[in-house]
Ligand binder design. Structure first.
Ligand SMILES: [Zn+2]
Ligand SMILES: [Zn+2]
Length: 809
C-alpha cells in the first residue's frame, strides 16, 4: 500500500461522497498554486556558506531569503514573516554564519558571536542538528564555527566551555533570563563579541509570556551596551499582521519586515467541517454534537485507507492519543492489523531519536497517519504530507496556516480540513469562511509596559547592574513611576542617582516568565510522595480543590487535600465515574475608566478593575451523560485580581426596545458574555482561558446592566484592550455566532461555557441575540469596524470569574 498523491479535490470528494458526509462540509476554499521566485545571495554571504548551501541541495535562495540576508548584513534588524517551509532558518543562517566565520581568521580573537533563542529546547536541538548537516556539507572551513546548546540539559562540566569558546549559543528565553543574564560577568567575552541575536518563532511570544520576554530582551540589550556591543536582531515569525510592529514591541528596536514570500506552493484545498448533532443531551438538556475527536479519528482512518499521508493536529495530548487509538481500531477492522500500525501518535516530550524515527517513517510512507499535538508544529520536519486535519481551531489564523502549511510537497497539492469543536468560536468560523480566508492574519498582542511584568524585571536588571538615569528610556514610560515605588517597598535602594538591588536572594528567581503568578501549587501523589507537576496559583482553587478530579498527562487523580499554606495538593490515582466542576462567585469593581466611547445610548469602556473570585463549591457530574450527582461546599478564601477589562453597558430604554424583560436580562447578558469570551481570540491572540468575564444586571459602578470581559493575569495582557479597539467586529461576530448555531436554547457551540462558575445558569439565547443586536444597531452597523475608537495597541480568567448575574442575583 503505497501513498498515492491525487489532486486534493479528488481526495476530498472521496472523503465526503463515499460516506454521504457532504452536509458536514460547510465550505471549500481553493487556494491556487504559486511559483517560486529566485534571487542570488547578496555580497557579504561568504562563498564557503554559499558552497555548503548548494551542496546541501539548494542551488539558489528564494527572493525573501536573499532580501532578509541583505538587510541583516547591512546591520538592520529584520523580521521574516513568511509561510511554513519557506526556509526562514536559512535566511538568517546565511548572514549569521558568514559573520561568525569573519572573525575566526584573526589570530587571537574568538570572532563574532551569535545568540539563538527558541521557545522550546526541542526546536533549539533541531536547529543545532541542521547546522551540523550544513557544516558536514561544507569543505571543512565551516568547522571554525562552534555552535552549542545551552539550556537546562547542558551538563555543568560543559557550560564553561560554551561560555568561553562557543561562537553560536542556542538557548531559550527562560535560560537567558535565569542563567545567562544574572551571570553576565562570566559571559563577558561572549557578550562583547555579540553580533546577532536570532529570535525564532517570535510569534509565540505573546500575552504575558511575550511581555516578559520583551523585558528580558531589554535586559540583554542593556548588558550588551555595557560590554560595548550592539547586536542586530533577526526574527522569524509565522505569517502575521504587522510583524514589524510586533517585533518592535518585543525588542524595543525598529525592525524591518520581510513578508513577500518567494517560496513555491502547490494548490491547496481547504475544507471547513462541522460534526453533526447527535441524539444525546447534555447540560440543561442541550443537544450534543458529535465530538471533533471522534470525527477526526474517522477521517484519519478513511484518509489512510485512501493511501493519503495525513497528520491530525490536536490540542491535547490525550486527544492525540485517543484519535490514534480509535483510528487504529477502525483500520484494524477494515483492513487488518498491519494497516492499523501505519498510524501513530506524537506529542511533546518525545526524545529526539524518537522524533527522527517518526519523521523518517512519514517521509518513507511507512507511516501514513499521525495524530499530533502542536508540539509537532515547532521543530519537527513533516513537510511533504498530502493532508492535514486540524482538530479544533488552533487559536490563531497564524497557527492555522502554519499547520495547514505542513501539507503539500514541493509543487504538489494538499488538502487541509478544519474540524470544528463545539464551542462558539469554531462554530462561527466554519460558518464564516471569510473570517479565515479574507482576513489578514492577526498581529501578536503583548504589553511590555504592564507594571506587574516590568517591576520584577527592573529588580532583576538592577541586580545585574545598578539602574541609572540612562536606563529609564530602555525599559519604557512606566519606569520612572515604578522605581520610587520599588524603593518604598524595600525592593531597591537608591544611592546617588542609581538604584541597587541589595537583597540576598536572586532577583531573577522570583519571576516566572511563562506567566504564572504567585507560588505554583505542587501536585504530589499522596502514597509515594512523587511530584507529578505544578498548577498555577491562579487556577489552583478551581482545578485542584479538595475532592477535585484532576487529569494529569492522560491519567486521572482524585485530590485528597489542597493545603494552601504549603501550596501542595495531595492526590491519589483513581477511576471515578464522574468529573468535577468548581462553582464560584465573582464580583468586579471599576478602579478607573481609561477610555470610554458612546454607542448610541449604550457605552463601551476600557480600564482597570478589581475582580474578587471565591470558589464556593463543586459539582460531581456523571461522565458521558453529564448528570449532576451532587454538590459539595468548599471553604476557600476569596482571591483578588487587579487587571484590565473592556465592558459595555445598555440603558433601560435599550432593554425596552430590545424587548428584553427584567427576568430575561440576567440570562441574556450572561449568554452574551460567554459567547463574546469565546470569540475574542479571533481578534486578540489569546486563548479562551486567558480571559474571564462577569455580567451584572445592575452594576453599582456603572449604574447600568454591564458585561465585563477581563484579562486573567495581574495587570492585564493586552487582550481586553484589543477587544475594546475591535469591539464592533468582535461583538458583531459574537452575535453572528449565536445566531448561526442551529440549537434552540443554547449549547456549547454557542452560549454554554466549559468554565462557567455558575453551571451555565441562567442563559437566555433569544434574549442575548436581541440584546446584542440592539447594542450594535444603536452603535452603528454591526460588523463594521469602528472609526470613533482610539486605536492604540495594547490566566486566571475563568468564565472563570463569569457569574451569570453577579454574585447575588
Ligand atoms: Zn447552540
Ligand atoms: Zn458563566
Amino acid at each position: 500500500m503505497k501513498p498515492r498523491p491525487d489532486p486534493p479535490a479528488t481526495v476530498l470528494d472521496r472523503l465526503t461522497g463515499a460516506r454521504g458526509r457532504q452536509d458536514r462540509l460547510t465550505h471549500t476554499e481553493h487556494l491556487p498554486a504559486r511559483a517560486a521566485r529566485y534571487a542570488i545571495w547578496p555580497p557579504g554571504v561568504r562563498p564557503e556558506i554559499v558552497a555548503a548551501v548548494e551542496k546541501s541541495g539548494i542551488a539558489q535562495p528564494w527572493t525573501h531569503q536573499a532580501e532578509a540576508s541583505s538587510l541583516a548584513i547591512h546591520g538592520q534588524n529584520v523580521v521574516i514573516a513568511t509561510g511554513t517551509a519557506s526556509g526562514k532558518s536559512l535566511a538568517y543562517l546565511a548572514p549569521v554564519l558568514s559573520a561568525l566565520l569573519d572573525g575566526t581568521e584573526a589570530p587571537n580573537g574568538r570572532g563574532a558571536t551569535c545568540l539563538y533563542l527558541s521557545p522550546t529546547k526541542a526546536l533549539a536541538a533541531d536547529q543545532l542538528r541542521r547546522m551540523g548537516e550544513l557544516r558536514a556539507a561544507g569543505d571543512g572551513s565551516l568547522d571554525r564555527i562552534r555552535p552549542a546548546a545551552y539550556d537546562g540539559d547542558t551538563p555543568f562540566q560543559e557550560r564553561e566551555w560554551v561560555r568561553q569558546y562557543a561562537s553560536l549559543v542556542l538557548t531559550n528565553p527562560d535560560m537567558l533570563h535565569r542563567g545567562i543574564l544574572p551571570a553576565h560577568a562570566r559571559w563577558a567575552s561572549f557578550l562583547r563579541a555579540l553580533r546577532y541575536v536570532v529570535i525564532d518563532e517570535c510569534h509565540t511570544y505573546r500575552g504575558v509570556f511575550g511581555s516578559h520576554v520583551a523585558q528580558v530582551l531589554r535586559r540583554l540589550r542593556r548588558l550588551c551596551a555595557r560590554y560595548g556591543s550592539e547586536p542586530v536582531f533577526l526574527l522569524a515569525s509565522a505569517t502575521s499582521a504587522e510583524p514589524g510592529l510586533s517585533a518592535r514591541r518585543l525588542t524595543g528596536l525598529p525592525v524591518t519586515e520581510v513578508t513577500d514570500d518567494g517560496s513555491p506552493r502547490g494548490e491547496t484545498v481547504f475544507a471547513l467541517w462541522e460534526p453533526p448533532l447527535t441524539e444525546l443531551h447534555g447540560e440543561l438538556g442541550a443537544p450534543v454534537r458529535r465530538s471533533a475527536t471522534a470525527e477526526a479519528a474517522d477521517l484519519l482512518a478513511d484518509l489512510v485507507l485512501d493511501r493519503t499521508r495525513t497528520v491530525a493536529f490536536v490540542r491535547s495530548r490525550r486527544g492525540a492519543e485517543l484519535i490514534s487509538v480509535i483510528a487504529q481500531e477502525h483500520l484494524a477492522e477494515a483492513a487488518g492489523h498491519a494497516v492499523a500500525r501505519r498510524v501513530a501518535a506524537y506529542r511533546g516530550g518525545y526524545l529526539p531519536e524518537e522524533r527522527r524515527a517518526l519523521e523518517r517513517a512519514l517521509h518513507s510512507g511507512q507511516l501514513l497517519g499521525l495524530a499530533a499535538t502542536s508540539a509537532l508544529e515547532l521543530g519537527v520536519d513533516v513537510a511533504g504530507l498530502d493532508a492535514v486535519l486540524i482538530v479544533g481551531y488552533p487559536g490563531t489564523r497564524a497557527s492555522l496556516w502554519q499547520q495547514a502549511g505542513r501539507a503539500g510537497r514541493s509543487g504538489q497539492g494538499a488538502l487541509a480540513v478544519l474540524i470544528a469543536r463545539d464551542d462558539p468560536l469554531d462554530t462561527y468560523l466554519v460558518h464564516h469562511p471569510e473570517s479565515l480566508f479574507r482576513q489578514p492574519v492577526e498581529s501578536t498582542v503583548l504589553d511590555p509596559d504592564n507594571p506587574h511584568v516590568l517591576a520584577p524585571h527592573l529588580c532583576a536588571a538592577a541586580a545585574e547592574l545598578p539602574l541609572g538615569e540612562t536606563d529609564l528610556e530602555l525599559f519604557g514610560p512606566s519606569t520612572p513611576l515604578l522605581l520610587p515605588q520599588l524603593e518604598r517597598r524595600g525592593m531597591l535602594r537608591k544611592r546617588g542617582s542609581s538604584y541597587f538591588w541589595t537583597r540576598r536572594e536572586r532577583a531573577a528567581d522570583a519571576i516566572d516568565i511563562r506567566g504564572g503568578s504567585g507560588t505554583p501549587v505542587r501536585v504530589v501523589e499522596a502514597d509515594t510522595g512523587r511530584l507529578l507537576g505544578t498548577v498555577d496559583a491562579g487556577s489552583a482553587h478551581t482545578s485542584v480543590h479538595t475532592g477535585a478530579v484532576h487529569l494529569h498527562q492522560g491519567r486521572t487523580y482524585l485530590v485528597q487535600e489542597l493545603d494552601l499554606e504549603e501550596a501542595v495538593a495531595l492526590v491519589v490515582e483513581a477511576d471515578p465515574s464522574y468529573s468535577t466542576v468548581a462553582r464560584d462567585t465573582t464580583a468586579i469593581s471599576v478602579l478607573s475608566t481609561d477610555h470610554e466611547v458612546a454607542w448610541g445610548r449604550g457605552r463601551l469602556c476600557f480600564g482597570s478593575v478589581e475582580v474578587t473570585n471565591q470558589v464556593v463549591s463543586f459539582l460531581r457530574r456523571r461522565l458521558i451523560t453529564g448528570e449532576v450527582l451532587g454538590e459539595t461546599k468548599l471553604d476557600l478564601p476569596p482571591r483578588t485580581l487587579r487587571t484590565r477589562a473592556v465592558w459595555w453597558c445598555v440603558t433601560d430604554e435599550q432593554l425596552d426596545d430590545a424587548a428584553v424583560l427584567p427576568e430575561e436580562l440576567p440570562g441574556a447578558a450572561h449568554a452574551a458574555e460567554h459567547a463574546s469570551i469565546g470569540l475574542l481570540p479571533l481578534f486578540a491572540t489569546c486563548d479562551r482561558w486567558d480571559i474571564g468575564g462577569v455580567s451584572v444586571p445592575l452594576h453599582p459602578d456603572t449604574g447600568l446592566p454591564t458585561v465585563f470581559v477581563y484579562d486573567g493575569h495581574p495587570g492585564g495582557a493586552g487582550f481586553a484592550e484589543r477587544g475594546f479597539q475591535r469591539a464592533r467586529e468582535w461583538l458583531g461576530a459574537t452575535l453572528a455566532a449565536i445566531r448561526a448555531c442551529e440549537c434552540e436554547r443554547g449549547c456549547p457551540s454557542c452560549i454554554q461555557s466549559p468554565k462557567c462558575g455558575n453551571g451555565n445558569d441562567p442563559l437566555d439565547k433569544p434574549g442575548a441575540v436581541r440584546l446584542l443586536r440592539q447594542l450594535l444597531t444603536d452603535g452603528g452597523e454591526p460588523g463594521v469596524p469602528g472609526t470613533d475608537i482610539e486605536a492604540e495597541p495594547g490566566g486566571q480568567g475563568r468564565e472563570a470569574g463569569s457569574t451569570g448575574a453577579g454574585p447575588s442575583a
